[in-house]
Design a protein around this ligand. Sequence first.
Ligand code: C2E
Ligand code: MG
Ligand code: MG
Length: 443
Amino acid sequence: MTQNASPQPAASHAERLSPGDLVGLLRQRHRERGRHSTAMLVLHLNRSDKLYALSQAPDARDVLVEVSRRLRKRLRAVDRYAFVTPDEVWILLCDIPNVAMGELAARTMRESLMRPVQIQTANDSKRLVQMRPVVGGCFAPSGGLADPMTVVNSAAEAAVRARTNDDHVLLSNLDTDDAIVHRDTLERELRTALFGNELEVYFQPQVDLATGHCKSAEALIRWLRPDGTSVNPDLIASVCEERGMMANLTQFVINCALRNMMTWQAMGIEIGVGINLSAVTLTDASFPALVAQSLETWSIKPQRVTLELTESSIVQHEISAIEFMGELKALGCSLAIDDFGTGYSSFSYLRKFPLDELKIDQSFVRNIARDKGDRQIVSALIDLAHTFEMVANAEGIEDLAALAVLEELGCDIGQGYFYSRPLPPDQFLTWYREHQASVTACS
Ligand code: C2E
Ligand code: MG
Ligand code: MG
């Protein structure tokens, strides 16, 4: 429902825009360097009918109508909002004086969405949909220079951190010029570290839940700076993506992972490795050939490599993704869809793309033993994976209780702090040997 993105709206209530128009409006306001500040909010609804909603069922869409109604009641005429997915809303608060006002608006909206929404189902019965909203935001002062996507990413990062906040609301205060300087500095340092081989790859075990044996590991980037601080891997990936270094990062991770696999192979340890790809990699036509070359260099069978793609990257490059994935599959590699459930969760993607593994996002897994809703979602996702002949992998297993539920639900693979945090290669090897020995001793 794309509408006019004018900064001087004539409407008497906040208008709904497309996500693209909302970002366009943010860009326009920044370009104008107006007197007034803005705040971008990322609102995760966490609907109890999330899976149902994502399947686009007509009555599930009614919830959006009610969410729109409640938001409009709270928003001012100058504000704008957009549904990015049926479970995520972006809100642009225009002309707000300070971050405290943004927080107040976020809290008010969150409260208004806490009341359950009653919907009429197709068979005429009534159903209640409960939301557990989490709001992250980024306040951008007037006259700032920040790129709109930096603002959106900052708000999205705050929304992730808000999950563990007491009131589930968190706004970051983006000093826009500082943020650019910070990202510039980070880019410079990262470039030096990447080309100077100062980054590392850690490995997190993935366990076959039926046998208890570790069959594979996920390769995860780590950057420990000389001053002892470490940089969040999500931030490393986002700076690499934004500043054109992603191909180098991915190649670095692939080489590190395959080199270690070769060392382990020589010791008789044959495990698979999962490697994360970013959205821009999907547009890199030379990537499949690079993978083939690396596999040959390190004498690793392609069947032991799983390339992980997120839903959002597939959505961004749907056309090129089909050919790209086809080429990787033709090499013999496996493909996984990562963080499933957090984004678009489109079932049609599972049918359309040659995916082998579905990684259930950790936000559903962490509290699975205590939260009935999460348990239902995970159960449905495992069934969904099996329907499409995919392996179900649960991320974020933190305790024995969660593991027990996943085993009961028939999940195939598990990964999480309960087994181990990501480890440097030598420590991973030690963990692997001890783990395998203890499983063998118990069986
Ligand atoms: P991801 O691919 O979903 O990786 C799983 C993340 O969950 C890892 O975070 C891992 O440390 C964390 N994790 C695993 N088990 C648990 C648990 O039980 N509890 C909790 N709270 N967390 C757990 P990490 O290493 O910080 O990586 C974050 C994200 O950064 C990754 O999410 C991935 O999207 C990205 N990333 C990491 N390495 C790379 C890379 O080499 N390339 C690209 N493109 N992205 C990467
Ligand atoms: Mg991953
Ligand atoms: Mg993941």
